[in-house]
Design a protein around this ligand. Structure first.
Ligand code: ZN
Length: 419
């Protein structure tokens, strides 16, 4: 490391004050800590964040997709920026940490660079991405999509049913410029590296008493819809042996298997017709999703599901149809990024590698840049609820590890080489 690089030690009480400040800019008419994008509370928090960025020595701007970006020049103007980002919108009834600590971590690191007089070689960008959570327009990761050219003209015309506003209008209303999206879209190579600190949103770190998680990758998702057609009939007069019960079939063994690989499967949405207590179910549709880092594994589990569904259908005399709705590919973090993140975490505390079962802005940024993510523990694995909690010293450890990783990456010539 060069001699001007020191350890950056975040101030926990300052981070906590920032978390508390944002926790006060919420829609009081909604449950929990609700700050939906494109609302007055979001505009208030954006103005506050921009102020904190400028205090930390960053220049601020709003890009075409209405992301808030704080910029710090680097010593070597030929280098592309390292970006640190996340989001400050919440789900309805959300918490105080999801996304928020990632943006605040970036601002705290900028302050520490300023206070210690540390000059990075790379320019640094701290990004508050617009509308990461599922929005009123039906899509998520709005801002990061926009930044990498994945916000299509069709998406821009999506309408918020409650207000009649289009996504295009919402982005413009927040200082963005939808007409310049294509022109401003970043391309592979435009960003040297993207880093994100996030709460785990799961129980693994807490259960294993581990301070930090190095994210090995973000799972891909296979979503499918299954329709089972039986014969609706009277619940009292139809003998068990003469039923074609569509709902009974849905519950038979379809999601009971255990797998060794890192894979999860969920049937989270179900509808039953005619849905009456005295009628044998005649038609059941449900949606399932399978998440894994390994497309081979999710593909195999999906095929097993199809085979099992066909077998149950045949055994029960029902018509079963399975349609794949969508498939997103998994993202693997490059080995050299993983090893730098691991070294930085080891300097701070206990750590382990784990996949991210949830999607993030990093999914979009991976289109144009190598990515790295760190997790800090979530109390009881809870997120997207008011009970969401991470201790201040755990957040500070995450920021310390992220700052250490930033200094290490900054020393390197080529980031995220595929190993
Ligand atoms: Zn998040």
């Amino acid at each position: 490391m060069a001699e001007n690089k020191q350890q950056l030690n975040p101030r926990a009480e300052r981070l906590q004050a920032d978390i508390d400040a944002l926790a006060g800019m919420i829609d009081g008419s909604r449950p929990g800590y609700t700050r939906r994008p494109f609302t007055p509370w979001y505009r208030e928090s954006r103005a506050w964040l921009a102020g904190r960025m400028r205090e930390a020595g960053l220049t601020t701007r709003i890009d075409a997709a209405s992301n808030l970006i704080g910029f710090l020049p680097g010593a070597d103007p030929s280098l592309k920026p390292i970006a640190i980002g996340s989001h400050t919108d919440t789900v309805n009834g959300g918490g105080r940490f999801d996304g928020i600590i990632g943006v605040l971590a970036g601002i705290e690191i900028a302050r520490l660079l300023k206070e210690t007089g540390t000059v990075l070689r790379h320019p640094l960008e701290i990004i508050d991405f617009t509308a990461e959570e599922p929005s009123e327009f039906g899509i998520s990761t709005v801002g990061s999509r926009g930044m990498v050219g994945n916000l299509t003209p069709v998406m821009l015309e999506l309408v918020d049913a409650a207000t009649g506003t289009t996504l295009r209008e919402a982005i413009a209303g927040q200082g963005g410029d939808p007409d310049r999206l294509a022109e401003e879209a970043r391309k592979p190579g435009d960003v040297a590296l993207y880093l994100e600190l996030h709460i785990e949103q799961g129980p693994v770190l807490e259960r294993t008493a581990t301070r930090l998680g190095v994210v090995s990758g973000i799972v891909g998702i296979v979503r499918a819809k299954a329709t089972i057609v039986g014969d609706p009939n009277h619940a009292g007069t139809t003998p068990m042996t003469l039923r074609y019960d569509a709902l009974g079939a849905a519950f038979e063994r379809l999601c009971r298997e255990r797998y060794e690989a890192d894979v999860v499967g969920t049937i989270g949405k179900i509808s039953n017709e005619p849905n009456a207590s005295n009628v044998v179910p005649g038609k059941v549709t449900f949606e399932l999703e399978i998440r894994s880092l390994d497309p081979e594994v999710s593909g195999r589990v999906f095929r097993l599901f199809e085979e099992e569904a066909a077998r149950v259908g045949q055994a029960r005399g029902l018509r079963v149809q399975v349609d794949k709705l969508s498939e997103s590919s998994a993202i693997r973090v490059a080995p050299d990024v993983l090893s730098v993140l691991a070294d930085s975490c080891a300097e701070v505390g206990s750590w382990r590698e784990l996949p991210s079962g949830a999607g993030h802005d990093a999914n979009q940024m991976a289109v144009i840049a190598p990515i790295g993510m760190l997790f800090v523990p979530s109390l009881a694995g809870k997120s997207h609820c008011p009970e969401e909690w991470t201790d201040t010293d755990e957040v500070a450890d995450g920021v310390r590890a992220l700052a250490g990783a930033l200094l290490r990456f900054d020393e390197r010539a080529v980031l995220g080489e595929r190993g």
